[in-house]
Design a protein around this ligand. Sequence first.
Ligand code: AMP
Ligand code: GLY
Length: 417
Amino acid sequence: MKVLVIGGGAREHALCRSLSLDSDVNALYCAPGNAGIAEVAELRPVDQLDGEAVARLATELRADLVVVGPEAPLVAGVADAVRAVGIPVFGPSGEAAQLEGSKAFAKDVMAAAGVPTARSYVCTTPEEVDEALDAFGAPYVVKDDGLAAGKGVVVTDDRAAAREHALRCDRVVIEEFLDGPEVSLFAITDGVTVLPLQPAQDFKRALDGDAGPNTGGMGAYSPLPWGDPKLVDEVMASVLQPTVDELRHRGTPFSGLLYAGLAITSRGVRVIEFNARFGDPETQVVLARLRTPLASVLLGSANGTLDTLPPLSWREDAAVTVVIASHNYPETPRTGDPITGLAEVAELDAPYAYVLHAGTRTEGDAVVSAGGRVLSVTATGSDLAEARDRAYKAVARIGLDGSQYRTDIAAKAAEQR
Ligand code: AMP
Ligand code: GLY
């Protein structure tokens, strides 16, 4: 099978790594990719948001499967353009990707499907904003309706700050605050059959102890030793299957990856958000634990044949990933800094720990930072404590001027074992 992956972050590196280890895959391309992905896939330049260009590239490469990684191309309809030339695609249509692209659309689908989520108002005027803020009280949760790369959400006790954020957005969702730990649960679906993956937890705040601003994600781990063993079944029944069914009944079937961001509250599980693609950095730990070869599962989603596949098989191992971010991430990340230590990790820590590239490029012989999140250092172990030790040992070998990482990824969960 020839596979083309669209994107160039750590999620795509994780996807390409798994696909490169799959004996069904005999040619692997990534467009545009990054310096790390170049080690496992052949890179091609492409404008990820240009559906015609992606479809042309897929045709040229005679791809049997195109995997669209990030949300922006999905919302832009890139999967539709590739499907239109007759090539199977892993990823939802532009219409179905509105589940991530519009918080208001997602709320409407959840209401229709009876999926538990925070009560909310959609506001477009200052009067509506004031009313909604007062209806819920502090802490205030204010979400830009559109795509914002994980940075459109403000959670604060400060009413003035909440109001200011709301008025900066054209359309805003203001909702009830959900208390309780967060879990990310992914499912692969073909629009009918839903295959849940293993739950993971990610760390959204920039600094240790969940301090600092929201980011795209600073680290993740899986499994969740503190989690209820029935969680996956419960979320399948109350969230994933009803959402997939509702979208199919609306005539906008959702195939690809359905990401449920959940809060485990004292009143039960609530959906915080849906995403229409693999989450980053949770993908790095979930795929590290998946034993089933990946290509057949992604193709089953693309072809509508998931019901014919054997159940997914998982390793006993735990996995931890630690994100190394650039100087001043997330505000004004600095790029172009040289990265050292990559060869040492490959030599000394493989196969238990490895570096997935998030935002990197090559400059002559050097690998330099090219984004806010730069590397996602991933490790496996017999339990979280071992995976964590291995990940941080590898992190310590990496040099990147001014960079930052959290030191407490999976720390609490590792102690609970
Ligand atoms: P989102 O982009 O919707 O995932 O929101 C980003 C982060 O904001 C989430 O991971 C939560 O930590 C926080 N958040 C979003 N919605 C709520 C809510 N209703 N209650 C509490 N925290 C929330
Ligand atoms: N880990 C958060 C996200 O992918 O949106």
